[in-house]
Design a protein around this ligand. Structure first.
Ligand code: PLP
Length: 412
């Protein structure tokens, strides 16, 4: 894999790169020996199997430090972003809770952050949930306005997983630094996709995950700043004291090797990958907008993840649309909860009405996406939308020039 070679089009086509990515062949090749021949426990100090595993873990730490512009001592391995988020937020809360019990985050965060915040509320913390703007972004001014004497942590995601909006992380980090408040950012969608620099961007804690950067699932990392300021955490897992006491548990050596290799590839190919994903996204959106009216982009058009296109197709129900193109693997703007189809909390927080939220679909493009796949997908989408709109009396009325602004469209 590398994206250069010609491939025939296999169906279904994967357009869900924000959900997960395939493991890059170059990453898999580096990982394989650590399952079969070099299978030592990185904590075994008494023999060569252990030393080899430890050496591989050290290499990975260096590769991760390099892509973040951090030091290898600042990297803590976890099972993924969800665990890293729990460790960062609860770990900071427990360590600094005697200083203050106020935390700031945003309504458009991933559930891993929102549910951790909710848990902490039950433990006596007070959480301010900032409302993003219509593009899904929060500003440094909003953060500054919410900081109080007792604020100990600000948690704002780098890039949103549903709409791709990139937050002004450097400015938010600067505000936190100015006020002496720790800044944690969920970098799950950002690392390996756009430039990340924990020094220049004023970050104290940052998490990311292997499976979003063409690495394996079940492995991730938490960056924990060691100098200016030194961040301390209370471990959330008791045990053998691995990872300098911050995360006990035998290290997932093949996964860690894969995470490091994925970072090395992403760092080396960053510009090429970004240019490719942007070209794919632009090709897709151009074709859609040329053929269809009443389509809106959700997210910040000018500050968006290269491979993310979240579109609302008015007068069409997203789930029906997805049924209409079964050869495309995409996500809808609705989330299945136990009993019903809820509009996405991210779109809701941006003020997108339930109808448009239900008509939204996230298309994710990445390293393996080809122009042929884009054209095929765009054609499928255009055909499906047109077909569904033919059945929509409201769309017909709009075509006839009837003002629908006073009529509630349920979208179902
Ligand atoms: N944060 C964001 C922004 C994500 O997109 C995801 C994955 O869906 C997570 C956190 C959780 O990551 P993981 O699957 O590694 O636990």
């Amino acid at each position: 894999m590398g994206g250069d070679e010609q491939r025939t089009m296999n169906l279904p086509i994967y357009f869900d790169y924000q959900a997960t990515t395939p493991v890059d062949q170059r990453v898999l090749d580096v990982m394989l020996p650590y399952f079969t021949s070099a299978y030592g426990n990185a904590a075994s100090r008494s023999h060569a199997f252990g030393w080899k595993a430890e050496e591989a873990v050290d290499t990975s730490r260096e590769q991760i430090a390099s892509i973040l512009n951090a030091s290898s001592k600042e990297v803590v391995f976890t099972s993924g972003s969800t665990e890293a988020i729990n460790l960062a937020m609860k770990g900071v809360g427990e360590m600094y809770g005697s200083k203050g019990k106020h935390i700031i985050t945003c309504l458009a965060e991933h559930k891993a952050v929102l549910d951790t915040a909710k848990h902490m509320e039950k433990q006596g913390f007070e959480v301010t949930y900032l409302e993003p703007d219509a593009n899904g972004a929060v500003t440094a001014q909003q953060v500054a306005g919410a900081i109080r004497e007792d604020t100990i942590l600000v948690t704002i995601m780098w890039a949103n997983n549903e709409v791709g909006t990139i937050n002004p992380i450097r400015e938010i980090g600067a505000v936190c630094r100015e006020h002496g408040v720790l800044f944690f950012t969920d970098g799950t969608q950002a690392v390996g996709k756009i430039p990340v620099d924990v020094e220049a961007d004023n970050i104290d804690l940052l998490c990311f995950s292997g499976h979003k950067v063409y690495g394996p699932k079940g492995v991730g990392a938490l960056y924990v700043r060691r100098r200016k300021p030194r961040v301390r955490l209370v471990a959330q897992m008791d045990g053998g004291g691995h990872e300098r006491g911050m995360r006990s548990g035998t290290l997932n050596v093949p996964g860690i090797v894969g995470l490091g290799a994925a970072c090395a590839v992403a760092q080396q190919d960053l510009e090429k990958d970004m240019a490719h994903s942007i070209a794919m996204r632009e090709r897709f959106e151009k074709r859609i907008f040329e053929a269809l009216d009443h389509v809106a982009i959700n997210g910040d058009e000018h500050s968006r993840l290269p491979g993310c296109s979240n579109l609302s197709f008015a007068y069409v129900e997203g789930e029906s649309l997805i049924m209409g193109f079964k050869d495309l693997a995409v996500s809808s703007g609705s989330a299945c909860t136990s009993a019903s189809l809820e509009p996405s909390h991210v779109l809701q927080s941006m003020g997108v009405g339930d109808e448009l939220a239900h008509s939204s679909i996230r298309f994710g493009f990445g390293r393996l996406t080809t122009p042929e796949e884009i054209d095929f997908a765009a054609d499928q989408v255009i055909t499906a939308v047109k077909k569904l709109r033919e059945l929509s009396p409201l769309y017909e009325m709009v075509q006839e020039g009837i003002d629908l602004s006073t009529i509630a469209w349920t979208g179902h």
